[in-house]
Design a protein. Structure first.
Length: 340
């Protein structure tokens, strides 16, 4: 019965994809961006009226908000893509190497395509299992690619609520409800809270709680402390992770992030599985839609209490092709003088 449900969902996705392509006629991978200096109208000028798009950035009212949104957009976080005012697609090729497992290659497609002809709050989403977990714990994403439909249930100036239903490359049915709240504290601090309840065929129900605390050091430097706990029917008790990062906007074309991360679990015993230190450098080059990343790191790991902890070097190289109709970083840059 579940397999039939999944097949029906896939048929629905097959039907709505051409509709999305027609509705988003402006979105073409590799299409050059129109610049005002070339005599072209900006997206704001072309749009006669904006509704929820305006509120998508209404909470960028402090200096911390402004820089955090720019960095999240530049590094391409999952939440940044989810909250984008327009469709965003990222095609990533990755090369991974570590001292234990050797080399590995991956090709990832992530992002969302809005479906305004069906419903302005409906999007077709592509992701990889565990991507948000990887933002806290390095090299922890799964191998399954997910595809689904995302519906924006509620949007307020500082809170969002989404419902998603989909499947993965193994044809497992998945669904989730996700809530996010953001609260600036003065000009230099910002708190984010995210709660996600999810179901996956074969794994059952689970929940993930995440909190982010941002502190603005200067106009182009920010410190972020992220904590995440996941608990479910198939987890090893509470699986937790914490990450401290120091992020710098070097220019409008490159940024840098130094990070330290710790991860563990509580069942069958309290175990700190890994410690990691690393740096991530990302640069836009050749074209506005091409990005290159290099991420070296060093980790100390063990899988059980009986094992001794091993140390190893890791290296990740990424080449990304991005398509987004509405450039959030350009939007933010236009308002930097206002919030500074």
């Amino acid at each position: 019965m579940r397999r039939q449900t999944v097949l029906r969902l896939l048929m629905l996705l097959w039907c709505v994809a051409p509709e999305a392509t027609r509705a988003e006629g402006e979105i073409q991978v590799g299409a050059p961006r129109c610049q005002p200096s070339q005599g072209c109208e900006t997206a704001e000028a072309q749009a006669p009226a904006q509704h929820w798009v305006d509120t998508s950035y209404a909470y960028v009212t402090s200096r911390t908000d402004s820089l955090a949104v720019w960095l999240d957009s530049f590094f391409g976080t999952v939440t940044s893509d989810m909250e984008s005012a327009d469709s965003v697609l990222r095609l990533r090729t990755e090369y991974e190497w570590n001292e234990e497992d050797g080399e590995d290659y991956k090709v990832r497609l992530r992002g969302k395509v809005d479906l305004p002809r069906l419903d302005e709050r409906l999007s077709l989403v592509f992701s990889e299992e565990g991507e948000e977990r990887e933002e806290v714990i390095p090299n922890s994403a799964g191998n399954d690619d997910d595809v689904g439909l995302q519906f924006r249930v509620r949007e307020r100036s500082r809170s969002r609520l989404w419902f998603t239903v989909g499947t993965n490359s193994s044809l497992d049915f998945k669904s989730s409800v996700r809530y996010r709240y953001i609260q600036p504290i003065g000009d230099d601090w910002r708190v984010q809270y995210t709660q996600r309840f999810h179901f996956k065929e074969g794994d059952g129900f689970g929940t993930t709680t995440r909190g982010d605390l941002d502190y603005l050091i200067s106009r182009d430097r920010i410190v972020r402390w992220t904590n995440q706990v996941e608990y479910g029917e198939e987890t090893n008790g509470a699986e937790w992770g914490t990450r401290l990062s120091y992020q710098l906007r070097l220019s409008e074309k490159d940024a840098l992030s130094y990070f330290g991360a710790v991860a563990g679990e509580t069942d069958p015993e309290n175990l700190t599985q890994s410690y990691a230190l690393g740096v991530r450098y990302r640069r836009n080059f050749l074209r506005p839609w091409i990005f290159f990343e290099i991420e070296p790191s060093y980790a100390w790991r063990r899988e059980s209490v009986e094992e001794s902890r091993s140390s190893l070097w890791l290296l990740t190289l990424r080449l990304e092709f991005l398509e987004e109709r509405y450039n959030r970083r350009g939007h933010d840059e236009a308002n930097r003088q206002t919030v500074d």
